[in-house]
Design a protein around this ligand. Structure first.
Ligand code: SF4
Ligand code: SF4
Length: 357
């Protein structure tokens, strides 16, 4: 069996496992994929979270992507991360950076198997703050400076939007100039993203521009999130396939297991780790078994680019109401449609104080 076919049919453990440790967040970004803000009252306890890490260690999960909400709002965050490392499960955690202080930067620097990624959605407060909240740019930048001062090879995650694309070169230069690495990801209409999708998503002309920019910057990470653009020519680096339920899954703060962090919807919930082991959900849930058999057909089946694009992202199709077995709504061969509104329909809340330690 080819390695592509092996990945398509699913592996014995996920390669890309996102663990959202809390729904609490001191920001309220307008495109938040998990609509975070308040902690859910029934989030996994420390003991339950440790058992989950034990299971992943037994399954030989190589690393976990830890997110939220804002993971640093969880009082046992450092304790849990140290436990994961002790069990030889590597940690990549994403943070809005506003709560990352010098002590946290030193902890990252002193710890093997920890990777940190700070979210920043513009090269300036003018572009970033309407999305992530007033003052968030300055505080995220401060976090990057603290990490750089400790010699941490941090990453900056940037959700590219209609308003930020023109600044990509500047962002790339500033991040790499500090010793960081840029990661550019796709806006999806998931969570609160549904409300701002029309206003923030790239135009088709911008998608083409982005494809060429990414081809010219192979050192920029993408988390394989633009594989629908590979239909334009030489494929971008990555698997170029929707990995949901095959190699990708997400455990939410309550222990619900979803096919992907961008599809936190009942249709894509495979089970809960309080009722069933993670391993059995991963290997036997009817949802995941079905996703591993799925092939995108519809108008994609006769498309010459199908081998490079594989029909695009399931989450974008689901939340825009497009059929899951048809083309990605941002298929490069689709017409541009009407431009979205210039003003965002919702505003981020200001930063809220949080006491972590
Ligand atoms: S028609 Fe389908 S396979 Fe072809 S480029 Fe569009 S989304 Fe990709
Ligand atoms: S649903 Fe979209 S984001 Fe999720 S794994 Fe598939 S392509 Fe990636």
């Amino acid at each position: 069996m080819s390695s592509y076919e092996q990945l398509r049919q699913g592996l014995s453990a996920p390669i890309c496992l996102t663990w959202e440790v809390t729904y609490a967040c001191n920001l309220a970004c307008v495109h938040c994929l998990s609509s975070s803000g308040r902690r859910a009252p029934d989030e996994l306890t420390t003991a339950e979270a440790r058992s989950l890490i034990d299971e992943w260690a037994a399954m030989q999960v190589f690393y976990i992507n830890v997110g939220g909400g804002e993971p640093l709002t969880r009082p046992d965050f450092f304790q849990l991360m140290e436990y994961a490392i002790e069990r030889r499960v590597g940690v990549k955690f994403s943070t809005n950076g506003t709560l990352l202080d010098r002590a946290a930067a030193r902890w990252v620097a002193s710890t093997d198997y920890v990777d940190v990624q700070v979210s920043l959605d513009g090269v300036s407060a003018k572009v970033n703050d309407p999305i992530r909240g007033r003052g968030s740019f300055q505080r995220a930048w401060r976090a990057m400076e603290l990490l750089a001062a400790e010699g941490v090879p941090f990453k900056v995650n940037h959700v590219v939007t209609r308003h930020s694309l023109a600044d990509l070169d500047r962002l790339y230069e500033r991040v790499t100039g500090m010793g960081g690495q840029l990661r550019v990801t796709r806006l999806r209409p998931s969570g609160r993203g549904r409300l701002v999708w029309a206003a923030l998503r790239l135009t088709q002309a911008q998608n083409r521009e982005l494809y060429h920019w990414l081809r010219a910057h192979p050192d920029v990470l993408t988390g394989d999130s633009f594989f629908h653009l590979s239909a334009l020519g030489t494929p971008l680096d990555g698997l170029n396939l929707c990995g949901a339920g095959r190699i990708v899954c997400c455990v939410d703060p309550r222990g619900d297991v979803y096919a992907c962090p961008f599809v936190l919807a009942p249709e894509f919930r495979a089970g809960n780790v309080r009722e069933q082991s993670f391993a059995s959900i991963w290997s036997r849930s009817p949802l995941f078994l079905r996703l591993r058999r799925t092939e995108v057909g519809g108008s994609c089946s006769g498309c010459e680019a199908y081998g490079r694009c594989h029909g695009g992202c399931m989450a974008v199709k689901h939340f825009t109401g497009a059929p899951l077995d048809g083309p990605d709504p941002e298929c490069v061969f689709a017409p541009d449609g009407r431009p979205g509104p210039e003003q965002l329909p919702i505003s981020p809340r200001p930063i809220r104080p949080v006491f972590v330690r």
